[in-house]
Structures are given as structure tokens and as C-alpha cells.
Design a protein around this ligand. Structure first.
Ligand SMILES: Cc1cc2nc3c(=O)[nH]c(=O)nc-3n(C[C@H](O)[C@H](O)[C@H](O)COP(=O)(O)O)c2cc1C
Length: 187
């Protein structure tokens, strides 16, 4: 390998080093969000019975499977989110995996106002699972969960749910990537 080649390699290494943020500068919240935004996710709506017969939902993409035996999932909920005390109280919740046509539904459950008129405009309908958990009627899949553990982690609470029932309707899912909604494309 010639000297010129060595110089070139060094330069490249420095560039990678800088880009990977390994220098001793503190990671900012913006950089953290940008880095995590590189991980593509689906979009779910967490639903809970707020009062008898009344349903509250929150859009969440911090959702993942946890365990097969027992069948567990988790969702991370902001400490300030209004749904958090409802989850602690009810101990049961639904997860609806949104379809690619449901960006409006995702936006609706990510904003503060939830009212019957807006839900009519979005043609939102709920159904109750045999376990008495509300889920969105129209979704790629719906899970009925009971809260088995909660862990405070920084400014979020990790809600661990035991999956008691699951239904798959199919269809293409809505994706979230780099802060934007995306759709799946076939190879
Ligand atoms: C695509 C998307 C994903 C989100 N994921 C989460 C999440 O996983 N956990 C969470 O607490 N909030 C999440 N949010 C924010 C909540 O939907 C909601 O806006 C926020 O908790 C405000 O709730 P509040 O109206 O009760 O204050 C997400 C929002 C969007 C648009």
C-alpha cells in the first residue's frame, strides 16, 4: 500500500469517526431524535376505556414484542400523556396497528382534542374484544392486553402488557420513519 493510499484511508476513518458522533461532544436531544428516527416503525393506537363506554386513544410507535412465553408486548408512554393514569387505573388496553390509509387516525390520536364529531368525520369505529378491551375496528391487527408490569424509565413509563387476544385483518401498514409517514413498497 502506498503512502497516498494510507493518507486517503486515514481521512476516510476520520470522516466516519466524526459522522458516528464518537467525538467527545455531548449528544443533543435533536441528534438523539434524529438517530432514533432512522429506525422505521409501524404506527399503533393504544386504546383504553376512560369511563364506562367512553374510549381514549393515543398514537404510539414505541411499541414492540417482548416475550413469546408468556406472550408480552411493551409500549412506552410519556409521563405527561393523559392516557398514563388511565392505563394504571384500568389495567387493560388495546393496541391497533394502523393501515397505510390511516395517517389521519394517527394524527387524530396524537393531538389533544378527542371528540365525537371528529371521530365521525374520520369514520372511526371501535369494537370491544371478548376481554372487554376497546380496539379500533379498522386496523391491520388488534391486540387485547392486560398490564402486568410498569417501569418508570426517564420521562416515559414502559407498560408491559400480556396479550390475551389477537386478531389480524391484514392490509398494508402505515410506517413512521425520520419523522414522516411512509408506506411499504415491494422490492
Ligand atoms: C407517529 C407518532 C408516534 C408516537 N409515539 C408515541 C409513543 O410511543 N409514546 C408516547 O408517549 N407518545 C407518542 N406519541 C405522541 C402521542 O401520540 C401524544 O401526542 C402525546 O402523548 C400527547 O398526549 P396528550 O395529549 O395526552 O398530552 C407519538 C406521536 C406520533 C405522531
Amino acid at each position: 500500500m502506498g503512502a497516498a493510499q494510507v493518507e486517503e484511508d486515514k481521512g476516510e476513518e476520520c470522516e466516519i469517526f466524526k459522522n458516528s458522533k464518537m467525538m467527545a461532544t455531548a449528544l443533543t436531544a435533536r441528534e438523539f431524535r434524529n438517530a432514533l428516527g432512522q429506525f422505521a416503525t409501524g404506527v399503533t393506537v393504544v386504546t383504553v376505556e376512560r369511563e364506562p363506554g367512553s374510549i381514549f386513544g393515543m398514537t404510539a410507535n414505541a411499541f414492540t414484542s417482548v416475550s413469546l412465553n408468556p406472550m408480552l408486548i411493551l409500549v412506552c408512554v410519556d409521563e405527561r400523556a393523559r392516557i398514563l393514569p388511565m392505563l394504571h387505573k384500568r389495567r387493560r388496553f388495546g393496541i391497533s396497528v394502523l393501515k397505510q390509509s390511516q395517517q389521519g387516525v394517527s394524527e387524530y390520536f396524537a393531538q389533544p382534542e378527542q371528540d365525537a364529531e371528529a371521530e365521525r368525520r374520520l369514520a372511526l369505529r371501535y369494537r370491544w374484544t371478548p376481554e372487554g378491551v376497546p380496539v379500533l375496528e379498522d386496523a391491520v391487527a388488534q391486540l387485547s392486553c392486560s398490564v402486568v408490569a410498569t417501569h418508570v424509565a426517564g420521562d416515559h413509563t414502559i407498560i408491559v402488557g400480556k396479550v390475551e387476544d389477537a386478531e389480524i385483518q391484514g392490509g398494508e401498514p402505515l410506517l413512521f420513519f425520520r419523522g414522516e409517514y411512509r408506506h411499504i413498497a415491494r422490492q
